[in-house]
Design a protein around this ligand. Structure first.
Ligand SMILES: *[C@@H]1O[C@H](CO)[C@@H](O)[C@H](O)[C@H]1NC(C)=O
Ligand SMILES: *[C@@H]1O[C@H](CO)[C@@H](O)[C@H](O)[C@H]1NC(C)=O
Ligand SMILES: *[C@@H]1O[C@H](CO)[C@@H](O)[C@H](O)[C@H]1NC(C)=O
Ligand SMILES: *[C@@H]1O[C@H](CO)[C@@H](O)[C@H](O)[C@H]1NC(C)=O
Ligand SMILES: *[C@@H]1O[C@H](CO)[C@@H](O)[C@H](O)[C@H]1NC(C)=O
Ligand SMILES: *[C@@H]1O[C@H](CO)[C@@H](O)[C@H](O)[C@H]1NC(C)=O
Ligand SMILES: *[C@@H]1O[C@H](CO)[C@@H](O)[C@H](O)[C@H]1NC(C)=O
Ligand SMILES: *[C@@H]1O[C@H](CO)[C@@H](O)[C@H](O)[C@H]1NC(C)=O
Ligand SMILES: *[C@@H]1O[C@H](CO)[C@@H](O)[C@H](O)[C@H]1NC(C)=O
Ligand SMILES: *[C@@H]1O[C@H](CO)[C@@H](O)[C@H](O)[C@H]1NC(C)=O
Ligand SMILES: *[C@@H]1O[C@H](CO)[C@@H](O)[C@H](O)[C@H]1NC(C)=O
Ligand SMILES: *[C@@H]1O[C@H](CO)[C@@H](O)[C@H](O)[C@H]1NC(C)=O
Length: 642
């Protein structure tokens, strides 16, 4: 009956409008599936103890003196950073679950989650690849018109990721996503066999994605090929460089490929240093072919419980390693030589895959508010270190660190999506850098460089624009809240600043997380749209004393806007078909809701206390809806209901 109703609705909707957005949870199905004994890692409910208040406690009051304008080359500011800095790296084998079954079935919550970032950054960068890219191969068709399918082919790999088989429809799937949300793609070319390259992914990727194809990764963690028995035990950086050359030559002979300057390598993961590859002459030799230089790195691993490899890391013991500024700085230090080399060579330097720990992350850490603070600090530190981008890895149900997780296919009728805390890190970093492509960031080292209270300043078009303030301490008493006094050298503070807070009760929490008062929801309740009332706190400054006093609770992150931010207008894809009228069934339901009233004209001064409501609102932009319908005229946006 339900399926019939659904089918009927589908036909009706197709007749009425060319784009249909289907519901996430059909009305009438209310009972949950039987509870399973052990929840998959993505839903693990472990909550760790927050570390004790540091002794000595960080000073709770300090001053940050910021140059109003800084265009000097020796300013210490980073290179210009784009709002797209943080993107996502999607393991090829989970594309069906995350993106949709094929080009006519897209996952609506994913579109919303990507749209949230696009609104702030202008675009979203997504890589498809990972261990599964190496053995991937093309076929004309797959059963049930799937775009992608799995084949267990690689038992030597400790992460046991299956090889994937894909059809032409994979590219239409990606392209159809890009037609709705401005997603730009990195793809990986299979590199398991350098005597018989499989270039279909490059040929079709280029042909179908056009300008939405950012680049082609050549080799995923080649420094682990030997360990994974993909190459012999003497496989060296020089061997990799030679093979890269073989690929360049083969690609030059492929008349179906036109772009030859968008290759990305070497994506080494730490077993080889990047310098070991630079020392082969890699950059000079392939400078015409390299679009970017890349590395991949996880700070630690949780391989022991699954594979018995390495040593056991106790999550409770590891937690404090993620809860201060030492880790982000230490993670970037080994790459400073390489980011300088990349700048000199005129190449972007990318962290192509990262997250809290390899082999799926840690229960209690990877999806906690603390991990979100850490990931944001790490991202800002990478930007400070002149990386041009970083991709947070997304795996399947069996990992702890996902920024977002769809329900398992057999449970998609009962549950919605789950957002991991690090999704907020990516979203917030998009607001830290914004859309101007001129943002330059610097680590301020204020408060005597206390590791629990790092701060950054962001300059836009050479002028101070935003200040980012972290407090890693968990202290329910309120005694560890600090106040940062911002003063402007060579200028005066504005009459007020606007502050967005990233808050939760503790670094341990996983579900009660808000950004500027709004949340995406708890486990299995996420449709990708923010819930709750936007709360941007306005703080009056003392212009005669040239000071703005910004309180930062423990724990929290605060983004201080010294100049009004751009209006953020959210295109959302509704999933409420079955609880609403016919109007919501069509893409007229692609409601454009503003999550933010921060354009010049909407700039409103509100209460000065944290927690008070400043503004909220929902606006509809009919002209944009019209554009969307036009752009997607043959597309059926549909939730996979199997
Ligand atoms: C979905 O599949 C998983 C793994 O096969 C199983 O544990 C779970 O119980 C299934 N859920 C339902 C609702 O059948
Ligand atoms: C969380 O994951 C850990 C490690 O796999 C496991 O020991 C624990 O039982 C899980 N807890 C829950 C509540 O699922
Ligand atoms: C700005 O420029 C001055 C020199 O003019 C320098 O001392 C200072 O460190 C620079 N950087 C920042 C972020 O203020
Ligand atoms: C490379 O992968 C393809 C597709 O999975 C497979 O057919 C081929 O045997 C592999 N070659 C090597 C040398 O591993
Ligand atoms: C996607 O799959 C559905 C169901 O199998 C099928 O009806 C549809 O034609 C497929 N779309 C494409 C583009 O293959
Ligand atoms: C969406 O996918 C279909 C194939 O299913 C294709 O015909 C169409 O051109 C795609 N649209 C875009 C914008 O790529
Ligand atoms: C190992 O493989 C490389 C190419 O990847 C080759 O040059 C070298 O001779 C091989 N070494 C042995 C011992 O087979
Ligand atoms: C180019 O593509 C066509 C079909 O798409 C194929 O038949 C041909 O072999 C390809 N050419 C090369 C050089 O790969
Ligand atoms: C930076 O890398 C280059 C190229 O590998 C190397 O020659 C140089 O010694 C490195 N410098 C430092 C300070 O590590
Ligand atoms: C800070 O983090 C580092 C590693 O990132 C860790 O070694 C150190 O113990 C932490 N400091 C404290 C006081 O927790
Ligand atoms: C980043 O690059 C800028 C511009 O070249 C340079 O001034 C700055 O020192 C670099 N930062 C780091 C941390 O290497
Ligand atoms: C959620 O956070 C708010 C604000 O920090 C707090 O008042 C509330 O008690 C928390 N709720 C839960 C269920 O932890």
């Amino acid at each position: 009956m339900l399926l019939f109703a659904l089918w009927w609705f589908c036909i009706l909707a197709v007749v009425r409008a060319s784009v249909t957005v289907y519901g996430q949870i059909p009305l009438g199905i209310t009972s949950a599936p039987p509870a399973t004994a052990t929840l998959p890692a993505a839903y693990n409910t472990t909550v760790l103890n927050p570390p004790p208040i540091p002794d000595p406690a960080p000073p709770t009051s300090f001053t940050l003196s910021l140059q109003s304008v800084n265009t000097s080359v020796s300013s210490g500011l980073s290179i210009p950073i784009q709002g797209t800095f943080f993107g996502f790296s999607v393991e090829m084998s989970v594309i069906t679950q995350l993106f949709g079954k094929n080009s006519s079935f897209l996952q609506v919550p994913l579109l919303n989650l990507l749209a949230n970032i696009q609104e702030r950054a202008g675009a979203v960068h997504v890589r498809i690849g990972g261990n599964t890219q190496e053995f991937a191969y093309f076929v004309d068709t797959l059963p049930e018109n799937r775009a992608i399918s799995k084949e267990k082919a690689d038992t030597n790999n400790p992460t046991q990721t299956p090889a994937v088989i894909y059809t032409m429809d994979l590219f239409y799937l990606l392209s159809n996503i890009s037609s709705l949300v401005n997603v730009k793609w990195y793809i990986g070319v299979p590199f398991n066999d350098t005597s018989a390259f499989r270039f279909q992914i490059v040929e079709f990727g280029e042909a179908v994605l056009g300008d939405n194809l950012l680049g082609i990764q050549v080799g995923n963690e080649p420094d682990l090929y030997s360990a994974h028995q993909h190459r012999n035990s003497s496989y060296s950086p020089q061997n990799y460089a030679n093979e890269f050359g073989e690929l360049v030559a083969a690609l030059a002979a492929d008349t179906n490929v036109t772009a030859r300057d968008n290759l990305i390598g070497p994506s080494v993961s730490g077993t080889w240093t990047p310098e070991m590859v630079w020392n082969t002459g890699f950059i000079g030799q392939y400078t015409d072919n390299l679009g970017a230089l890349s590395v991949e790195h996880y700070p630690t691993d949780n391989c022991f419980p699954i594979y018995g490899i390495g040593v056991f890391h106790d999550p409770q013991t590891e937690f404090s390693d993620f809860l201060n500024h030492t880790s982000p700085v230490a993670l970037c230090a080994p790459y400073l030589n390489s980011t300088a080399i990349a700048q000199a060579a005129g190449k972007p330097f990318l962290m192509f895959e990262t997250n809290s720990a390899s082999c799926g992350g840690f229960p209690g850490i990877s999806d906690s508010f603390g991990a979100a603070l850490w990931a944001l600090d790490y991202g800002l530190q990478m930007a400070t270190s002149n990386f041009s981008g970083a991709l947070l890895h997304v795996g399947g149900q069996n990992v702890f660190y996902n920024p977002f997780t769809p329900p398992p296919t057999n449970e998609s009728k009962y549950y919605e999506w789950t957002v991991g805390a690090v999704y907020y890190s990516a979203l917030i970093s998009a607001e830290v850098f914004g859309k101007t492509n001129t943002s330059q960031i610097i680590d301020l080292h204020g408060n005597e460089d206390n590791i629990f209270t790092p701060q950054y300043a962001v300059y836009e078009n050479g002028a101070i624009a935003r200040v980012a303030l972290f407090n890693y301490v968990t202290d329910p008493s309120g005694a560890s809240q600090y106040t940062a006094t911002i003063t402007i050298a060579g200028g005066t503070v504005p009459s007020s600043v606007q502050v967005k807070y990233f808050l939760s009760d503790s670094v341990s929490t996983k579900t009660n997380i808000t950004w500027a008062g709004q949340t995406l929801g708890t486990t299995r309740t996420v449709d990708g749209r923010f819930k709750g009332t936007l709360n941007v706190v306005s703080i009056a400054c003392d212009t005669s004393a040239n000071t703005c006093l910004v309180p930062v609770p423990a724990p929290a992150f605060a983004l201080v806007f010294l100049t009004p931010a751009e209006d953020i207008a959210t295109v959302t894809f509704s999933t409420s078909t079955f609880t609403n009228t016919a109007n919501t069934a069509t893409v007229a339901s692609a409601v454009l809701a503003t999550s933010n009233g921060m354009s010049g004209k909407d700039w409103r001064l509100g209460s000065t206390s944290a927690g008070s409501v400043k503004s909220s609102g929902r606006r509809y932009h009919p002209n944009v809806v019209g554009i969307m319908i036009g752009a997607a005229s043959t597309l059926l946006v549909h939730r996979l209901l199997k």
